[in-house]
Design a binder for this molecule. Structure first.
Ligand code: F6P
Length: 529
C-alpha cells in the first residue's frame, strides 16, 4: 500500500494543518445549530459526541475520503472473515469470533464458531461448578478465592472488567498477580485460605518469565499449605494456547482451558483469559459482556463510515495525533469503576500501534500511536487539568461518563456530571478577555470526545471496550501498520536475561556499558547493607 504521506488525501489534510489549528471549534457551533446531532453517533445506550473536535463538514468528508483511500472497509472485512491479516506472524485476528452468540456462525464461518462455542460452554460449566461449591479445593472446601497469575493482556482486561462490574461480583474474590516484585504475591497469600483458593495461570505463550515465576511461587505455597497430593490438579488451572508447556510446569494439559493463536493477548479478555471475570460475576453477566461487544462488532461491520463510531473516533485520533502532531491523548472516565481503563488502553493502543514500520516493512514517515494516559475525573482535575487548559501542548481528551448508577452508588451525580460536561466545554471555549492578566487566560480550542453510557452494565462495558479495539484497528489501517504483533517487547526481555548473572554475582561488568555497570555495582553494594 502506498505510504500514507504520499496519498493525495493525506497531503490535502497536511496542507490544511494551519487552517485546522486556527479553526475555532466554538464558532462551528455558532454557525451550525444542528452541530451536536450532526457530529454525534448514538447506538444502544452509548453516545459518542465528537462535536468538540475541529471538524467542519468538509474536513470530515476529507477524513472519510482518507478512510476510503486506505481501504478501511476492505481491511475490516478481511479481519472479520479470518484472513491472516497479522502478516508478520501469519495469523488471523479473530477476537470478534469470541463474542458471536451460540448458534450464530459469525463472519469467520461455522468451524471457528463451533470451536469457540464449545470452549465457552466448558468455561461456563466449570465456572458454575466452582461458584456453586460443587467443584471444591483438594480438601473439600468451596473455592472462596481466585488468584489470577498473568501479565499484560493476561491481566489488564480481567482487572478492568472486574473493577468496572464490581457491583455484580457474587463469586470468589479475585486477586491479581502480575509483577515479580512480590507485593501482590504477599498480599494474596496473606488473605487467601490455601485450601479454598483456585489458581489460574494465564499465559498465551506459557513462557512469560514473570508469570512462570509467580506460578512456581504460588504452587509451592499450595503444596506447603494444602495436605493433599491432588492440590495441583484440583486447584491450579492453566489457560493458554501452548498446551505443550503446561506439562513443564507440572500441570495436566488435558485440564487446561485453551486459547487460540488468532487471539492477540491484548484482545483476549473475551476468551478463557477472562475466566476470572466469569468466576467473579457469573455466566449471565459474562455473556452480557460478550453481547455488548458483539453489538459493537455488528455496528462496526455494518454502519456506513460516516455513522461508524470506531471509524469516526479513529479519524479524529489520526487528525489530532498524526496530521496536527498532538502526541499524547488523555482518557478521563468520570467513574472510579473505570479507574483501570487508561492502563488497559495503554496496552491495547500503544502495544498495537506503537510501530514505525509498515506492513510492507517500510519505515513510517509520520507519527503513529500517541501516548495514551489518564486518570478518573474529578481527581484528574486536581492533578493534570492545569496542563490541559494552559499547557504548551494541546492534548485531545476522551471523556467518559455514565448516566445511571448500576448499584447503589451514593456520591453526588450532579456534581460529577456537571464537572464532566464543564471540562470539555472549558477546553473548547477557554477563557479570554483584555481585562484578564495573561496568567489567567485559557487559550481554549482544545478538542475532546465525550462518550456517554446510559449505565455501566456488562453490555455497555463490552461495547465500550470493543469500540476502542476497533478504533485501534482503524488507526492502524490508515497508517498501514500491523496492530497485532509486538516484536518490540522482545529486546528488553532478552537483555534482562543476559543481565541476571551479572547482577547476581557482579562478574562480567566489563562487558556492558558504564551506566549499566555502575548501576549494578551500586545496587549490589546497597543490597548488602
Ligand atoms: O507485552 C508482551 C506480551 O506478549 C503481551 O502482548 C501479552 O499480553 C503479555 O506479554 C503476556 O503474554 P502471555 O499471555 O503470553 O503470558
Amino acid at each position: 500500500m502506498k505510504p500514507l504521506e504520499q496519498t493525495p488525501e493525506y497531503q490535502a489534510l497536511a496542507a490544511s494543518r494551519s487552517a485546522i489549528e486556527a479553526q475555532s471549534i466554538s464558532a462551528l457551533f455558532a454557525d451550525d445549530p444542528a452541530r451536536f446531532d450532526e457530529f454525534s453517533i448514538d447506538i444502544d445506550g452509548l453516545l459518542l459526541d465528537y462535536s468538540k473536535q475541529p471538524l467542519t463538514r468538509d474536513l470530515r468528508d476529507q477524513l472519510l475520503a482518507l478512510a476510503v483511500a486506505r481501504d478501511v472497509e476492505g481491511k475490516r472485512d478481511a479481519m472479520l472473515a479470518g484472513e491472516a491479516i497479522n502478516a508478520s506472524e501469519g495469523r488471523s485476528v479473530l477476537h470478534t469470533a469470541l463474542r458471536v452468540p451460540d448458534g450464530n456462525d459469525g463472519w469467520a464461518g461455522r468451524a471457528i464458531a463451533r470451536e469457540v462455542e464449545q470452549t465457552r460452554k466448558a468455561m461456563l460449566a466449570l465456572a458454575e461448578a466452582i461458584r456453586s461449591g460443587e467443584r471444591t479445593g483438594a480438601t473439600g472446601k468451596p473455592i472462596r478465592h481466585v488468584i489470577n497469575i498473568g501479565i499484560g493482556g493476561s491481566d489488564l482486561g480481567p482487572r478492568l472488567v472486574l473493577e468496572a462490574l464490581s457491583p455484580l461480583a457474587d463469586g470468589p474474590q479475585v486477586h491479581f498477580l502480575a509483577n515479580v516484585d512480590g507485593v501482590e504475591l504477599e498480599q494474596a497469600m496473606a488473605v487467601c485460605d490455601p485450601e479454598a483458593t483456585l489458581v489460574l495461570v494465564v499465559s498465551k505463550s506459557f513462557g512469560t518469565v514473570e508469570t512462570m515465576a509467580n506460578a512456581h511461587e504460588v504452587m509451592a505455597w499450595l503444596r506447603r499449605r494444602v495436605p493433599s497430593d491432588a492440590v495441583l490438579e484440583q486447584q491450579v488451572l492453566a489457560i493458554t494456547s501452548n498446551l505443550d508447556r503446561v506439562r513443564e510446569l507440572g500441570l495436566d494439559p488435558a485440564l487446561a482451558l485453551p486459547m487460540w493463536d488468532w487471539v492477540g493477548g491484548r484482545y483476549s479478555l473475551w476468551s478463557a483469559v477472562g475466566f476470572a471475570i466469569l468466576l467473579g460475576i457469573g455466566g449471565q453477566a459474562f455473556t452480557a459482556l460478550l453481547a455488548g461487544a458483539h453489538a459493537m462488532d455488528r455496528h462496526f461491520a455494518e454502519a456506513p463510515l460516516a455513522r461508524n463510531m470506531p471509524v469516526m473516533m479513529a479519524l479524529c485520533a489520526v487528525l489530532n495525533g498524526t496530521v496536527l502532531g498532538r502526541r499524547s491523548q488523555a482518557v478521563v472516565p468520570y467513574t472510579e469503576r473505570l479507574g483501570k481503563l487508561s492502563a488497559y488502553l495503554q496496552q491495547l493502543v500503544m502495544e498495537s500501534n506503537g510501530k514505525s514500520v509498515s506492513v510492507d516493512g517500510e519505515p513510517i514517515a509520520h507519527p503513529t500511536s500517541p501516548v495514551i494516559w489518564g486518570q478518573t475525573g474529578t481527581p484528574g482535575q486536581h492533578a493534570f487539568f492545569q496542563a490541559l487548559h494552559q499547557g504548551s501542548d494541546v492534548v485531545p481528551v476522551d471523556f467518559i461518563g455514565v448516566a445511571r448508577a448500576v448499584a447503589g452508588e451514593k456520591g453526588d451525580p450532579l456534581e460529577l456530571t456537571a464537572n464532566l460536561f464543564a471540562q470539555s466545554q472549558a477546553l473548547m471555549q477557554g477563557r479570554h478577555g483584555e481585562h484578564l492578566p495573561a496568567a489567567r487566560l485559557c487559550p481554549g480550542n482544545r478538542p475532546s470526545n465525550t462518550l456517554l453510557l446510559d449505565a455501566l452494565t456488562p453490555e455497555r462495558l463490552g461495547a465500550l471496550i470493543a469500540l476502542y479495539e476497533h478504533r485501534t484497528f482503524v488507526e492502524a489501517a490508515i497508517w498501514g501498520i500491523n496492530a497485532f504483533d509486538q516484536f518490540g517487547v522482545e529486546l528488553g526481555k532478552g537483555l534482562a536475561a543476559d543481565l541476571k548473572p551479572l547482577i547476581a554475582d557482579g562478574s562480567g561488568l566489563e562487558t556492558v556499558d558504564a551506566s549499566t555497570a555502575g548501576l549494578i555495582s551500586r545496587y549490589r553494594a546497597w543490597r548488602r547493607r
